[in-house]
Design a protein around this ligand. Structure first.
Ligand SMILES: *Cc1c(COP(=O)(O)O)cnc(C)c1O
Length: 292
């Protein structure tokens, strides 16, 4: 398996009258693209190094992390177990179908059990049930995940502001670690979770970053028609696919902040397109094909 960092393309365009540059992690040439490529690389390397042949992780039924991990473990010739929140519903949605096709063993647990995903006795129980495994937490946001994410910016320089969506905050922490010292990172929250601020604080190397909570559309995977319209319009204007869970909310927020003249007129803005396009199919299966 090749863990060498790919060199992502940058697309520059004028959004709402302001020039922005987009770091296209969505175009990385593997099924496990986007930020998840970076978050998984050191974890997989560690599993290979320690001789652990099996990876266990957690995720929701439409999770980009589950999708990426299934593809990456297949390529690395490791086996994988995905502990999925909720019931198994047949036919499986496209994310879980793909994961199974990659060889991932899926186990479904209810929401209250799922909340115990970080508890030591719960993990021990899983080991008792499945045998030994290398554990990667939900979203891949452990120390090695953050280390990988710190390399997202390794090929770029000269930007004043870096924008990213925030789920668990691992990618944000990595970007803070990897940025040039004067740059500021803006994290657009896609979920209401008060623990993220502290998580990033405890993993960050300086204070030039900010969480923006105004564009979560009510919480994780919530949306409204104006978000859907924005994503569809953005695609027809720039031929770039945004997803409704992460990158769409971030870009909607950036667009609004430009309207509000939030950014200094000379600020050079880099937007990290963290991928996530695999989720569109499942979203459309669920919500009547509202995305183009
Ligand atoms: C997982 C994911 C994120 C969030 O990353 P965190 O490190 O959990 O904050 C952002 N964008 C996309 C497309 C993702 O799949």
């Amino acid at each position: 398996m090749n863990f060498q960092n790919p060199e992502p393309e940058i697309t520059s365009l004028k959004l709402n009258g302001k020039e922005i540059s987009i770091l296209r992690l969505d175009l990385l040439p593997t099924a496990y693209n986007g930020n998840k490529w970076f978050k998984l690389k050191y974890n997989l390397e560690e599993a290979v190094r320690t001789g652990e042949k099996r990876i266990l992780t957690f995720g929701g039924a439409y999770s980009n992390h589950i999708y990426a991990l299934a593809a990456a473990t297949k390529e690395a010739e490791l086996t994988s177990i995905g502990i999925i929140r909720g019931e198994r519903i047949e036919p499986l949605n496209s994310t879980l179908r793909f994961a199974e096709e990659c060889g991932m063993e899926l186990h479904f647990i209810n929401r209250s059990e799922y909340r115990r995903k970080k508890d030591q006795d719960f993990i021990e129980n899983l080991k008792y049930k499945f045998g030994d495994f290398y554990l990667i937490p939900e979203g891949g946001s452990n120390e090695l995940g953050i280390k990988g994410a710190s390399e997202i910016l390794s090929a770029v320089s000269g930007y004043d502001i870096i924008c990213t969506p925030v789920g668990t905050g691992g990618t944000l922490a990595g970007l803070i670690y990897g940025k040039e010292s004067l740059a500021e990172v803006l994290g657009f929250m896609v979920v209401r979770d008060k623990t993220i601020q502290r998580f990033v604080e405890s993993n960050s190397t300086d204070e030039s970053w900010k969480l923006i909570g105004d564009f979560d559309f009510g919480g994780y995977a919530r949306y409204n028609q104006s978000l859907i319209d924005f994503i569809n319009e953005f695609k027809s204007d720039f031929s770039i696919q945004l997803d409704p869970i992460y990158t769409g909310k971030m870009m909607f927020g950036i667009n609004q902040l430009i309207t509000d003249q939030y950014f200094d007129s000379k600020a050079k803005i880099l937007v990290v397109h963290t991928g996530g396009q695999q989720g569109i199919k499942g979203f459309n299966e669920r919500f009547d094909h509202i995305l183009n």
